[in-house]
Design a protein around this ligand. Structure first.
Ligand SMILES: [Mn+2]
Length: 366
């Protein structure tokens, strides 16, 4: 029988085995720095599954939640998450293990701090291409639409007995469904496994709540960033590139939204939007998102080939089917003391990134 419809029982058994004998532990459930609904729902599912085994969890991330929909999600569903700012250390004794959901540690700035504390990596549950950054005891990476579908599979196979009248279960099912919907562009990019997961959640989730979460409006700043992306776009060979300049960390989620928007233009099959994001500690990072409708284009390879590696050997980003992202820390070049310097810096990075991506598709010269 196809694993997609039957579920992967062997993986669940392996997962449960990893959790054996861990009663009384506290686990760090690590999400990417800018957690999206997929990550949030997966982390929450992990918390509810292991709570029944006497394991405590903190759902942590190193950046911030900025997208209106995600703020609504955590507020409406009462998901308790913990932001750990980049300048804050993590208590050495606090965690007996770390678990990575919807990421493999390459998009979280918490990894170094956890490693420094000697926290063992227990699990990676993800749907992005394998990244080899961490060596976990348990690994479940499936190339499907949403990571939430993997956690839903565990639940469906018995990791958690959902009860329709239990409010916490209802909220969790709603969060997982929202994770699947938002991660698959409303099921357009869903694979069989995602459809099965959605069907299995249907008896438990709250329709009205789902509508409330989905219908959050964009902020003025978000609209402004989309306008900038539209104005600054350059299209070559179906690839649309746009730099939006400097933005605050709280507006970071407008970048993928702008990429989604640019992708709707006829003849465009791939959109990349990027900007310089300033974190609260003054550190700057070039943050970018890629969206594509071209099935022959592999976002993971496209980003890795386009931008290459940092001096440390790690790639600046990667992706999964139809989407990807990258982060290039500016380090010494962080901070803009005066306007001219800031402009010069942006112009340089803007030109460099355009050259890299257009170069990799053989369209360096307009
Ligand atoms: Mn995901």
């Amino acid at each position: 029988m196809d694993i997609a419809c039957e579920g992967d029982r062997a993986k669940l058994e392996e997962f449960m085995k990893m959790l054996q004998g861990r009663k009384g532990e506290r686990h760090a459930v690590v999400m990417q720095d800018f957690p999206d609904p997929d990550a949030l729902s997966c982390a929450w599912a992990y918390r509810q599954i292991v709570a029944g085994m006497g394991i405590e969890t903190d759902l942590i991330y190193g950046g911030r939640i900025s997208h209106q929909e995600n703020i609504a999600l955590t507020n409406l569903l009462k998901i308790e998450v913990l932001a750990i700012p980049t300048d804050q250390s993590i208590d050495k004794q606090r965690y007996q293990g770390s678990v990575f959901v919807d990421n493999q540690g390459t998009t979280s700035n918490l990894v170094d701090r956890l490693e420094k504390n000697g926290v063992p990596v227990l699990a990676i549950i993800d749907h992005h291409a394998p990244q080899d950054r961490l060596k976990p005891l348990f690994m479940d990476i499936r190339p499907i639409g949403a990571c939430a579908s993997i956690l839903t599979d565990y639940i469906y196979l018995g990791a958690l007995n959902l009860v329709a009248s239990n409010l916490k279960h209802k909220y969790l099912a709603t969060a997982l469904m929202h994770g699947i919907i938002s991660e698959t562009a409303s099921m357009i990019r869903a694979l069989p496994m995602d459809f099965f997961a959605a069907a299995r959640l249907q008896p438990f989730y709250d329709n009205d709540l789902l509508v409330d979460i989905l219908h959050q409006q964009r902020s003025h700043r978000g609209m402004e960033i989309i306008r900038l992306a539209l104005e600054n776009r350059e299209i070559r060979e179906g690839v649309c590139l746009s730099g939006v300049g400097y933005l605050r960390a709280s507006d970071r989620d407008s970048i993928p939204q702008a990429a989604d928007f640019l992708l709707t233009e006829e003849t465009v099959h791939t959109a990349i939007v990027f900007g310089i994001v300033t974190h609260s500690n003054g550190e700057e990072v070039i943050s970018g998102s890629l969206r594509t409708t071209k099935s022959a284009l592999n976002p993971d390879a496209f980003i890795k080939e386009g931008l290459g590696r940092a001096a440390s050997g790690t790639f600046y980003g990667g992706g999964k089917a139809s989407a990807g992202g990258f982060e290039i820390p500016l380090g010494f070049l962080s901070g803009s003391e005066d306007e001219d310097l800031a402009k010069m810096k942006w112009d340089t990075f803007n030109a460099k990134i355009r050259k890299k991506f257009f170069g990799s598709i053989g369209a360096d010269n307009p």
